[in-house]
Structure formats: C-alpha cells, structure tokens
Design a protein around this ligand. Sequence first.
Ligand code: PMP
Length: 359
Amino acid sequence: MYRVYNFSAGPSVLPEAALAKAAEQMLDYEGTGMSVMEMSHRSKDYEEIIFGAEALLRKLMNIPDNYKVLFLQGGASSQFAMVPMNLFVGSKKMDTALTGEWAKKAASEAKRFGTVNIVASSEDKTFSYIPKLDESKFSPDADYFHITSNNTIYGTRYRELPKTAAPIVADMSSMILSEPVDVSRYGVIYAGAQKNMGPAGLTVVIIREDLIGKAPESVPAMFNYKTHADNDSMYNTPPTYAIYICKLVLEWLRDLGGIPAIEQINIDKAQVLYDHLDNSSMFNATVTGRDRSLMNIPFVTGSGELDAKFVKEAKSAGFVNLKGHRSVGGMRASIYNAMPKLGVVKLVEFMKKFETENK
Ligand code: PMP
C-alpha cells in the first residue's frame, strides 16, 4: 500500500488506526450486516455511535455539563453567520480581532446582522503575528467577542484570551483537540471537522446553554441552535458517516493518552520543523516568536522559483500538499494531530538534502 506524508491544510491526514477500523467495518458494522452509511440515524446502532462520539468528546475536552455539543453541517463558514443569527440578541455588536482570512470572513458575515467592532488587526504585516488586544477598545455592551484561535493560512495562534465580559466565541477549526482548552472560558466553540476531528461534512459546535433559545423568530429552524440542541443533533439527518469517523478519531486520541499527550507530541513535532527553519540558510519561517502555530507552519525560501522546485521535488519524494496559500506564497506544512512526528523528521531530512543540492 502507498501512503504519503500529507501536509494538507484540510481536509487532512487522519489517524491510520481510524481509517483501518472504518475499512474493516465498511460492509458489516458490528454484525448489523450493513455499512454505517446505510444505517438509519434513528436506529439503536446509530444512536450508540452519535452519543458515543459526544461522550468521548465531552471527556477528552472536559466539557462542563452546562454546555451542549452539536453535530452540524455547513462547515465553519456557516457558523460565521449562525453565531450572529443566534447571539445578536442585545446590542447586536460583535468585537473581534482581524488575524487572517477566516477572521475577516467571520466579521463580514456578522456585519449582515449587526455591528462589528474591530479591536485589533495584524493585516499590516500579512497577519504574521497576533495583535495585542487592548481591552479598553472593547465595546462594554458587545453580544460577543470573536476570535480565530489558530490561523490556518498564516500559521499563528492565540496563547491567551482577553478579559471580556462578553461571551468569547472561538473558531477552533484548525486547533481543536490539539492542546488543552478551558471550555468554561468560552460561550461558543466551533470547528469544521476536516482537520483534527474527521472528514469534511461535519461541523462541531460546543455552546453554553444560556446562549441557546434567544434567537429571533425570523431565524430559520436549521440555523437556530435551539432546534439542534432540543433534538440531540438529529432534527434532520446528521452527517452520519462523518460522525462515525469522528468517533473513531476520538477513540484513537483517547487510546493515545488524550489531549495532554497529543499536546506534548504536537509541541515536539512543531519544534523539529521550527528548529530547522531557524537554522537553515535557505528556508525561513514567516512567523517568529510565541505566536507560532503548532498546527500550520508556513515557510519561504525568498525565491518563487526555488519554492516551486521544492514543492515539486517534495511531492515526488512522498511529501505532498506543501504549497503555501496564495496570500503567503512559499510552503506550508500542516501538521495536525494525525501527522506522526516521523513525517516531520523525514520532511526536515528532505529539506536538508534539497538545500545541499540547490546551494
Ligand atoms: N476557519 C478556519 C480557521 C479554517 O481553517 C477554515 C477552513 N480551512 C474555515 C474556517 C472554513 O471552514 P469550512 O470550510 O468548514 O467552512
């Protein structure tokens, strides 16, 4: 079998153990004589899968009892709109910091429903850092404060949260489950599953109960968190197979030692690449210091031609999807939970070889 080291930003590499289990169960899930894909979401067997996935996620992330876990569709992009549709119930104001394309998109969707107050931005330096948050610039009556916890394109991450009276809403798409998070400090956490949780098609929302049920009547049922909370995410057909794979990924993470264990692996893994980037005379990281992401590491040679040659040769050597986002250029290695440390060690070996050959 041929397996590459896949550095895609999303959909991304999944744990082999989860994929192998899914393959084994593809035609006959635990003696039911059918694939999970063929199963009614109202069946007992499926209920075990969806409730099992929720229980595992609650345990791994230490989710307090006063939070609902929702398994939705529509991607993180739908949450950019669904959050204001449900949370703009007071001043209809959202505070936010612009730290990349996704943060900008979340802001522009919120603008359709109310006022967006930008408290900080790092756009002046191509979003290569996390701007300082000056709490005096926050609106005293904001309905929520929105952050993108990890900026997938630019490779930065927040290390601490501001002190704000408003609920914090976080887009954790590209870092969920990669390091411990104190859920109780957030009003809403949301993530597209296709990086650290499973396949595309599933969007996970973790929401504090008091924020549910206040949306105006005009909000359609499918866009109202209450609809999904009241129906255990089965108001309509949920993305059944994606939730099943998510459960297998969560089991893999549990067996590995949970989030504290994966955090250590992620720190070690990122360090291997950052150390090389800091010492290389050819490759440079585009982010410096403590804002560096553990999940997405953009780097450049300074020459578009050399970047393209590297991406091409890396692909032939089995290191794929290393081309950077067009707004940063160069390369980006996305090293989510399921990327083994060996993949990064081998990538660095390949980079060293490339440097010698292209001096
Ligand atoms: N937020 C972040 C941080 C992302 O990385 C992405 C996708 N790469 C999105 C939002 C958009 O997610 P989706 O495609 O699930 O709508």
